[in-house]
Ligand binder design. Structure first.
Ligand code: G4F
Length: 533
């Protein structure tokens, strides 16, 4: 074989590897990495693979090895806050000219502003442009390496990189504050929201303790706080809890600690050990239907559990208690609604053991605030979802069924009441509201919602439309087993107060997130069906 033939052979084999395994690597990465970094991590995996092909005369096309690299890259991504910041700085420098001052002179808020601009500008680019920028600028790939990955000449890759860089520069500068003065103005507009919250204490980063760390919200919140430089401790129940391993695999920075909301002494020990600045109580039996068959357990975990955790905070925090507390309250407390939309002043009328337990938790939080001066806030969150949502909840049950139907793995989906409606938002947006509540000088209670309402029939419309089906009636059967003894007919929230006081806005709409969930479920089911995971 000539050198050229060897090179061609390597390229062909690399292409085959790329073609065969990209979908399953992408599915693997997508489940573990925040959305706008997914392509970045996938690109890194294949860049490493390509380098291996270039370095070893006959590299094995080894799927397991590729997954090993993906696992390393995902873990690396999780640990890479500092690196991300440095790289963002580099990108900003590429684009800014004299606009941005040095990181050190701006401090964390100014830096956040810059990072936010970089992220926004990156999002304005096409996926291919993002990929080439990340490869060349962030990962240090040469133009020849980028060319090999894109299947073009080195000159073409360089041209592609230059165009992407110019487009990034335009996007970056388009909405940028004009100069240092505007930057400072913008930074100080953020400052009130940041001041009074958990700040580095004498160089020590703030510490958060999260109950319910293995749930959808716990995982999003942990990622958010880690990104903000917190040390995050997640409380889990029982020895060798397999969910704990999954969470740590996903977010290695989380430190797990044992504790149980039904056991006061374990909570005191956990709070004592972590010495948190902020405690987020997301732990609960959160499936409303289940609460009807396990009412006592629900009351114990989701109701009395709040009291126990607040007691632990009161006991450990002492007289000048600096621990801030967030309680995951819920729109289920409005139950048989007295007005539409529901706000912080709407009276409660819960319709399930879950709802009554949460009302107890709500008032207990209020009581500890008023009696002991603890900074304790209730977030009255309306339904919120994501690809991480549990399969028992209706919208995820539907997206998963739609995915399976589209792949021929299932014929129909059995549901209960299709006439109820909910205000659905994106979980990633909602955890931001939780954090903002604890950064306020004064504790308070906030409704967090989008103000839009979707019936279960409309959820079916949207999900089936995502796979090109307009009439879903042949695929849906009604099954009485999914009906509830008492129903909450319609929920829609008025989050004006959160908008005004917290400066919080939902960023992702329900149709957008639902479409993403269908796509994600299709990949998951494909991977499962192919036995590739
Ligand atoms: O998805 P769901 O079970 O959520 P639900 O009851 O609204 O509770 C969720 O949101 C609350 C916030 O408002 C949280 F506090 C709570 O922890 C949880 O996250 O049911 C939504 C609606 C209900 O009206 C239900 O009857 O969908 C209806 N539905 C119809 N068929 C179904 C089904 N729900 C489920 N889970 N499964 C069905 O087959």
């Amino acid at each position: 074989m000539t050198v050229l033939e060897i090179e061609e052979d390597r390229s062909a084999r690399f292409e085959a590897l790329y073609g065969a395994h990209r979908p399953s690597i992408a599915a693997y990465v997508r489940r573990r990495v925040i959305e706008h970094d997914v392509e970045d991590v996938i690109a890194q995996v294949f860049l490493i693979a390509w380098r291996r092909f270039a370095a070893i005369p006959s590299p094995p096309e080894d799927r397991l090895w590729l997954f090993g690299v993906a696992r390393r890259m995902v873990a690396d991504h999780r640990r890479s806050t500092v690196r991300r910041r440095r790289l963002s700085q580099r990108l900003a420098e590429e684009a800014r000219g004299p606009v941005w001052p040095q990181v050190g002179s701006v401090g964390p808020v100014g830096f956040e502003t810059m990072q936010w601009r970089v992220d926004r500008a990156m999002q304005a680019l096409r996926p291919g442009e993002r990929e080439v920028l990340r490869l060349v600028l962030w990962d240090g790939a040469s133009h020849a390496e980028a060319a090999a990955l894109f299947g073009c000449t080195a000159n073409a890759a360089e041209l592609r990189y230059r165009r992407a860089r110019n487009r990034f520069r335009e996007a970056f500068l388009a909405g940028a504050p004009a100069g240092r003065a505007r930057l400072q103005e913008f930074s100080s507009s953020l400052a009130p929201r940041v001041s009074g919250g958990a700040q580095p204490r004498g160089g020590v980063m703030p510490r958060a303790l999260i109950t319910g760390i293995t749930g959808q919200d716990g995982r999003y919140l942990a990622e958010l706080l880690i990104g903000k430089g917190y040390q995050v401790h997640g409380m889990i129940r029982g020895q060798n809890n397999p969910k704990g391993r999954i969470v740590q695999d996903e977010v290695p920075e989380i430190e797990l600690i044992n504790g149980d909301l039904t056991d006061l002494s374990s909570l005191i020990a956990a709070v004592e050990q972590v010495q948190p600045d902020e405690v987020y109580n997301l732990g609960a039996i959160s499936f409303v239907k289940l609460s009807f068959s396990q009412p006592e357990l629900t009351a114990d975990v989701s109701g009395t559990g709040v009291l126990r955790l607040l007691e632990a905070i009161r006991i450990v925090g002492g007289t000048n208690n600096r621990i801030r507390f967030y309680q995951a309250a819920t729109s289920e407390m409005f139950g048989k609604v007295r007005e539409i939309p529901q706000s912080e002043t709407t009276p409660f009328h819960p319709r399930s053991p879950y709802g009554t337990a949460k009302v107890f938790g709500y008032y207990t939080t209020l009581n500890y605030r008023e009696s002991y001066g603890i900074h304790a806030s209730n977030g009255i969150l309306f339904n919120h979802t994501s690809p991480r949502r549990g399969l028992e909840f209706v919208e995820r049950k539907i997206t998963n069924a739609v995915a399976r139907i589209s792949l021929g793995l299932q014929d129909t989906v059995a549901l209960g009441n299709l006439d109820t409606s909910r205000d659905f938002g994106y979980a990633g947006d909602y955890v931001e509201a939780m954090w903002r509540m604890l950064q306020q000088d004064d504790p308070s209670d906030f409704v967090v919602a989008t103000g839009t309402r979707w019936s279960i029939r409309q959820v079916l419309d949207l999900a089936f439309q995502a796979i090109g089906i307009e009439d879903w009636s042949p695929y849906v059967v009604i099954d009485d087993r999914f009906l509830r003894p008492a129903e909450v007919d319609e929920l829609v929230g008025d989050a004006s107060r959160a908008r005004e006081v917290l400066g919080w806005e939902p960023k992702v709409t329900f149709p957008e997130i639902l479409k993403e969930m269908v796509r994600n479920d299709i990949e998951l089911e494909q991977a499962k069906a192919g036995g590739r995971e």
